[in-house]
Design a binder for this molecule. Sequence first.
Ligand code: ZN
Length: 337
Amino acid sequence: MKHLLFLSAILLAAAAPAQSPLKVVTTTQDLASIAASVGGNLASVSSLIVGARDPHHIEAKPSYMSRVAGADLFIAVGLELEVGYEQSILSGSRNGRVQIGQLGHLYASDDVPLVGKPTGPVTRAEGDIHPYGNPHYWLDPYNARIIADHIAARMGALRPAGAKTFDANAEAFKRSVDVAMFGAQLVSKFGGDKLWQWEVGGQLASQLAANGAANLVGGWEKKMAPLNGKAIITYHRSWSYFVNRFGIKIVGELEPKPGLDPTPGHVASLLKIASANGVKVILQEPFYHDTEAKFVASRTGAKVVVAPGSVGQDPAARDYVSLINTIVDRLASVYGG
Ligand SMILES: [Zn+2]
């Protein structure tokens, strides 16, 4: 009997690493959604931030540290979005595997093409400036594909037996993004990689026309077409990647500098900018107060559009694709979409 117990203990110990799902903790729900798609049933994923919270500012609570203590992989946005709390949570977790530079720590920003890197010297007078570039890159669906590949590679490095599954899951996630972006007909005709190559190179319209496929465009690409070239105002500088993807121009921000509250003088200057550029939309996340946006809207005829900047900031934004769906639908509705 003793012998049998000993034997089954050995078998259990040997089986445990393959059977226990990879424990993943992310800072934001966007990363959790992508990681859950990639990890499938080989990973259990949770996000520290839940709901309509400002991801720049959360408290490094002890409960976060104990969750990270048991993690195999910690994924953060990076670019100093989490500068106010990440290091405290990692140190407090006392988990050596997920410290910065370890295999169990991943900045999803690696490999993502960035915008907004400051060129001059950076001081606090410039506001909540991010010296490594604008960290709100997940709002471009193209970048979500890059993030998925990156997460799949890291999960595969941590669990080599699951590497093929992670890659296949990442491909499936990317296809769901592609279909949502371009519509099912274009994706089955050309494949997502080719379509993105055209899109990123600014040749999508000309290539589709040359291939007699212009009428097959669907998805976000079609819904956002009426907004091409339109001017909008945003609250925070969080929409740069999103508007770049869809050809929208941001002509002003309610924050005088990123992270600084609107001032009366700055808001007054926005009234002129809004009128001069025919601004119809003031776009902001649900956790910012909307007094200033409503004021500018009331004086200019623009509409305040409150949209989730992350998964979980709105009941409709349940996962990555429905997040972008929600933003697209709210914006397009202003332009009759
Ligand atoms: Zn920001």
